[in-house]
Ligand binder design. Structure first.
Ligand SMILES: C[S@@+](CC[C@H](N)C(=O)[O-])C[C@H]1O[C@@H](n2cnc3c(N)ncnc32)[C@H](O)[C@@H]1O
Length: 191
């Protein structure tokens, strides 16, 4: 009986995963708006580790409380992992997807130092944040860079981008992952 339920669960998980991949593929090919917006694919593997290590070092070094923002936080995997490890700093995830933002809110409900905002991040003021971690999409990066520059005040800011360059921001460092896949390398910008 146990084996039956185990196999059934594996079957259901595979079915849902396949359905989700097909949904992404069909939307990518049929919907222009979707092609211009990054789909909900979470940071993972080497890139995620590099981003977490880099942000952790900055947070550990800082004597004052910093604000870290993840524009397009998806299910909140990246930002919640950071928030768990650094209770004295503040974390904000912005996600416009109704269902996705609900999942992010639910999984972070016990953390007091994190806020999930359901909003278009192009309407958010990035001027107050110290660190921005993002995983977006090539076609969006220039517009995103412009937004960061427009909102920028005197504050020092570090922007960490998974896989995609921000062409109009000054590159401070490129951390290569040595991968050949579509998602690779992490780009660091300082303002
Ligand atoms: C590739 S996922 C990144 C998830 C997360 N940042 C991570 O690294 O694990 C991009 C997310 O950005 C969201 N998104 C795209 N454009 C957005 C916008 N203008 N405002 C808010 N969220 C947006 C998508 O719904 C998607 O969930």
């Amino acid at each position: 009986m146990f084996v039956f339920y185990l196999l059934l669960s594996v079957y259901i998980v595979c079915f849902v995963l396949l359905g989700w991949i097909w949904y992404l593929i069909i939307k990518l090919y049929t919907n222009k708006h979707f092609r211009e917006c990054p789909p909900c694919v979470p940071s993972c593997g080497k890139e995620k580790k590099i981003m977490i290590d880099y942000v952790s070092e900055l947070l550990n070094k800082s004597s004052k409380s910093l604000i870290v923002v993840d524009p397009g936080c998806g299910w909140g995997g990246l930002i919640s992992e950071l928030a768990k490890n650094f209770p004295k700093h503040t974390f904000i995830g912005i996600e416009w997807g109704a269902f996705t933002s609900k999942i992010a809110k639910f999984r972070t409900r016990k953390l007091k130092n994190i806020q999930i905002i359901k909003q278009d991040f192009f309407e958010y003021d990035f001027g107050k944040c110290d660190i921005i971690v993002c995983f977006l999409m090539d076609s969006l990066m220039e517009k995103f860079g412009e937004k960061i520059l427009n909102d920028h005040k005197k504050k020092t800011q570090t922007i960490i981008s998974n896989s995609f360059r921000i062409p109009n921001l000054p590159l401070a460092e490129e951390i290569k992952t040595g991968k050949r896949s579509f998602f690779k390398n992490v780009y660091i910008y300082k303002l």
